[in-house]
Structures are given as C-alpha cells and as structure tokens.
Design a protein around this ligand. Structure first.
Ligand code: NAP
Length: 441
C-alpha cells in the first residue's frame, strides 16, 4: 500500500511540498488540510491586495490541487477537529506547513493601547481574512506610524496611503477600502530600528512608494551612507539597489503630494504614550530612542524624541502558533526540526520550519527538499500501513465536521470573481459562516 500523507496548511510551503511529492511519488495519496474553507494561506490572507501579480501564483497551486492523488480538505483545524497525535496515528507521513500567523509585538509599555494595531490584524483586515473581518480598526487621526523595515511594513504603508483609484483593481475587503479612503492621515512615518543597509525590504517594494498617487516618500540625506561595502556579492547588489531608491527620495518636495511618508532609520520605539479617553488609554505619541549600530545591532544612544501618533502599526515579523504536542524550536518561534525532520513520520515545511522569512518562491526549493527527504526515509521504511484518508474521513464524520473540498472552493472562487465590480478581480467572502452558507444553499 502506498504511504499516506497529510499536509497541515495550504499555503506556499504546503503546496510546494505537495508538488514535490507528486513528482517524486505520484502514486502516494496526499491530503492537505486548512483550518479555513479556502486554500492558499498567506497568498490569500497575507500578500497585499494590490499585489495581484504575486497572488497569481495560485494558478500553479490549482494545478497541484487538481492532481489525481492530491485532495484539499478545508475547514479542518489541527488541535480543534483532529489532534496532532491522531494525525500521526492516521497517516504514515505528516507534514506541518501551517505557517506563522501571529505578529510579533513590540514588548514596550503602552502597546496594548487603543490605536495600536499589529500587522496580523491590519493585513488580515484589509485582506478580508475571516479572523479579522469583524474588527473595525479606528483609523481616525492624522499621524500614522508604521514600525519595521520589512516588506510587510511597506505593504501596510502603501495600503494605508492608497487612493480609491489605486484600490479599485485590488481585492481589498470593501469595508477596509471604505475605511482607508475615508481616513484623513496627513503624515505617515516609517521607522527602522537599524539603518537603511540593514532594512529587510526589497527594492521593488521601496520603489513602489515613489509611484503612489498621493504619497511622497521623504528621507533625510544624513540618514543614508555614501557607499555600502558588504562581503557577500548578492547582499551587496541588493543593498546598493535599495540605497539607490532611497537616495532618489532625498530631494522630494514634501508639499508635492498630500501625504508625506517620512522614512526614518536608527529609531527604536521605547514606549507608547497614551491619554485616557473614556476610561481607555489611547495612543497619542510614540517615544522613540535614537540608536547606533554596534556589531550590526541597534543600541540606544540615550537620546529620545516623542513622535505624535494617532495610530501605530508595528510590522515586525511573525511567529507560529503551535498546536498541542508539536515541539517548539529552541531558537525561534517555529517547529523544532533537524533539516526538516521533526520526529518519526513527521516533517515541517515553510515558515513553520524556517520562521517568517523569504519570498513565496523560497518555499519551492525548500519544500521540494523536504519532499525528497520523505521519499528517501520512506524508501528505507517500506510501504505504508496506516488508515490515511479513509481514517480521517471517519474521524471527521464522527465529529460532524463540515469539510470543504477543492471543488467547493472552486464554487466559492467563481462566486467571488463573478460578484466583483470591475476592475476588482474578486469580492471575497470574508466570514466562514458566509462561505459555508453559500456552499450549503
Ligand atoms: P521582516 O522582513 O523580518 O522584517 C521585520 C522588520 O521588523 C525588520 O526591519 C526588523 O528589524 C523589524 N523589527 C523586528 N523587531 C523589532 C522591534 N522590536 N522594534 C523595531 N523593529 C523591529 O518581516 P516582515 O516584513 O513581516 O516579512 C516577513 C517575510 O515576508 C519577509 O521575508 C518578507 O520579505 C516577506 N514578504 C515579502 C513581500 C514581497 O515580496 N512583496 C511582501 C511581504 C512580506 P531588524 O532587522 O533590526 O530585526
């Protein structure tokens, strides 16, 4: 009997693992679980709505999902509908690929105040993710501070600074589009605790800021080094390209467009300053410490300034929520593993393995390598003897779980596309209840 495989998650790490297995062992049945009724993980819920080209990778995932032996099983949550131990008992191979869905937090006084919205909430909210589609972040105020120098921080600046026209051809959730268009920001600040060379952003995303309708990016000349000299050739090219884009913003006229985006480096948030509004502390400023680099780390200089802020959006990375029984990595918030092997019969791929780094494409080689390990291990272990998908179906049926197939998802997909108003590519279902009600109508 062919070994049975279950992949937990259906984002890029999961799909590329399924692709790797489908190539190396096409006869093995592969089930792919997602806690949502919809597939694609961060491609649907994390990639910014104005990056439709990036979201186009789902065409590759469609082809993988439609392979004979691959089955998508949506609306099934590890830890709620089936336990980690049960999956290990049911399948010969378990691949954990559930990503890293919670935001890191600043860990500074005042960060729980009203007006502080972490990246998971903000990104999930504008992407119509069911976990966040019912929150209504209050965008009232003039000064927005985005913390972090990664691509998520740039996504958030771009989305928050976008016009109705810029949002028209996106799949931003309609409630988020309306709130963003109605917001009255007069300034956005983007803070990095280290310097421009250490920024984790990409040239293309930095350059997008310069092409926005109503935003004008601004950088002080003394914030940028004259040159950059790094040992690694690739790093050197990437950082020099980033600096070139940033240099292009030095002379920008702040009055040339309505919304200046002040990009500030060597500035680390230390405290969210609040005032009481009807018994609730509300952010009014961010206390920031100037830093300098010591062995590439940001060290405080003891000089502080208060940046007036009505809204603060920390975009400083993510961590993996681990279901009960899944071993935690000693050094970062992800699954403990050795080259992708977690324990006998269990493997890990994607952000759950590497932590939240790299682009969608990074997952391809990495997940294919994990698939290679599995085929190698199973060749040594012999044929599979566990119940596999028949066992899962029995367990879920016994629990009354309403699973969602890939054919169901295709119905949802078609409905989202057909009800969108051009030029929007789709109008998403933003709640699980609505998705299931549509399928069961
Ligand atoms: P990221 O690339 O790791 O960037 C996180 C940023 O937060 C870094 O600048 C980091 O600074 C900063 N940071 C961390 N802790 C901080 C703290 N306590 N105070 C102030 N700053 C802090 O994470 P991300 O932006 O969430 O992106 C995750 C991954 O997705 C990345 O690989 C990214 O490239 C990828 N992504 C790609 C795209 C795209 O290709 N368009 C879009 C979105 C995301 P330090 O460097 O000093 O730690």
């Amino acid at each position: 009997m062919s070994p049975s495989v279950v992949i937990v998650g259906s984002g890029p790490g999961a799909f590329y693992a399924a692709e790797g297995l489908a190539r190396a062992a096409p006869e093995w049945p592969v089930d792919m679980l997602d806690r949502l009724p919809t597939p694609f993980g961060l491609v649907r819920g994390g990639v910014a709505p104005d990056h439709q080209k990036t979201k186009g990778v789902t065409r590759i995932f469609d082809a993988i999902a439609n392979r004979d032996k691959v089955r998508f099983v949506g609306n099934v949550e590890l830890g709620r509908d089936v336990s980690y131990d049960q999956l290990k008992a049911l399948y010969d191979v378990v691949i954990l690929a559930f990503g890293a869905e919670r935001s890191r937090t600043l860990g500074i006084p005042g960060e729980d105040a009203a007006g502080v919205f972490n990246a998971d909430l903000v990104v999930g909210w504008f992407n119509g993710h069911p976990d966040y589609s019912k929150v209504r972040p209050d965008l009232t105020g003039s000064s927005l501070v985005v913390v972090g120098n990664g691509n998520v921080a740039l996504d958030v600046v771009r989305m928050m600074g976008a016009t109705a026209e810029e949002l028209a051809a996106t799949d931003v959730a309609p409630y988020a589009r309306d709130a963003i268009v109605a917001a009255n920001f007069t300034e956005i600040h983007l803070l990095g605790r280290r310097g421009p060379v250490q920024g984790a952003f990409a040239k293309a995303e930095l350059a997008e800021l310069g092409r926005m309708e109503r935003c004008v990016p601004l950088v002080e000349a003394d914030q940028l080094p004259e040159t950059v000299q790094l040992d690694d050739d690739r790093e050197q090219r990437v950082k020099a390209a980033n600096l070139k884009v940033l240099r292009g913003y030095i002379g920008n006229d702040p009055a040339s467009k309505p919304l200046p985006v002040h990009i500030k480096f060597l500035a680390a948030p230390r405290e969210v300053i609040t005032e009481d509004r009807d018994g609730t502390p509300h952010v009014v400023a961010l206390r920031v410490e100037h830093t300098r680099l010591e062995q590439n780390r940001a060290v405080g200089t003891g000089e502080f300034f208060d940046l007036p802020a009505d809204i603060v959006m920390p975009c400083i990375g993510y961590w993996s929520v681990l279901p009960e029984g899944v071993p935690r990595h000693a050094e970062y918030d992800a699954v403990r593993h050795q080259d992708g092997r977690v324990e006998a019969g269990v493997y890990v791929a994607g952000w759950a393995k590497r932590g939240p780094t790299g682009t969608i494409a990074t997952n391809r080689a990495d997940s294919h390598a994990v698939a290679g390990l599995i085929v190698e291990d199973l060749a040594a272990a012999g044929a599979g003897d566990k119940p596999g998908r028949a066992g899962l179906d029995k367990l879920l049926a016994g629990r009354g779980v309403r699973t969602v197939s890939f054919a169901d998802w295709e119905l949802l997909n078609r409905a989202e596309i057909s009800r969108a108003k051009a030029p929007a590519p789709r109008a998403k279902f933003t709640s699980i209840e609505d998705m299931l009600a549509f399928l069961d109508r």
